[in-house]
Design a protein around this ligand. Sequence first.
Ligand SMILES: [Zn+2]
Length: 216
Amino acid sequence: MLKVRFFEKNQKLNILCLGAHPDDIEIGCGGTILRLIEEVPKAQFYWAVFSGDEKRGREACESAKVFLKKVKAKKIDVQGFRESYFPFIGAKIKDYFEKLGKEYFPDIVFTHYRNDAHQDHRVISALTWNTFRDHFILEYEVPKYDGDLGTPNLYVYLNESHVERKISYLCDVFQTQKEKQWFDEETFRSILRIRGVESNSPSKYAEAFYCRKIVF
Ligand SMILES: [Zn+2]
């Protein structure tokens, strides 16, 4: 398989991470982010979470800081848009995107999958494409009750350390999610293992994305 590199080691890569809820970014692309931080030390991050009450908002902030602890240039922004209502408050969220699109020029955007079954996730995905019209966008997946996993087309190999850190950071920080039956180490490891099988990953693990457009 031909491996594609999207960046140079010394590049000041601008990376935008968008998540509807606290923990979405980490679940969808946490391992890839840890790998990028190692391989592109000058990478800069803009990390936007669109919802979170006081407790969950605090967890979102704490988690972003843990994942990005080795990153010097970073902005973490946790907004308080009403969870589960994104399609009905789309105008307000669109205003946020309009502003973001004028002040930040990302090289890579991580966002939700277009066909995600969660309505909030789909709003963020649609507005990402509305706003960043000439950008490299990778859509991540979030396993859930709705059973909406599909067939991704871009895989990122993770090593053992990326996998272990991703899972332990998630399980350590998001204490409010612990009572949810799906929120555990096994879920997070399983999806990485499946994507590792599909991509023949040397470590057995990978994260997977939907990439609708690549330009060479
Ligand atoms: Zn979510």
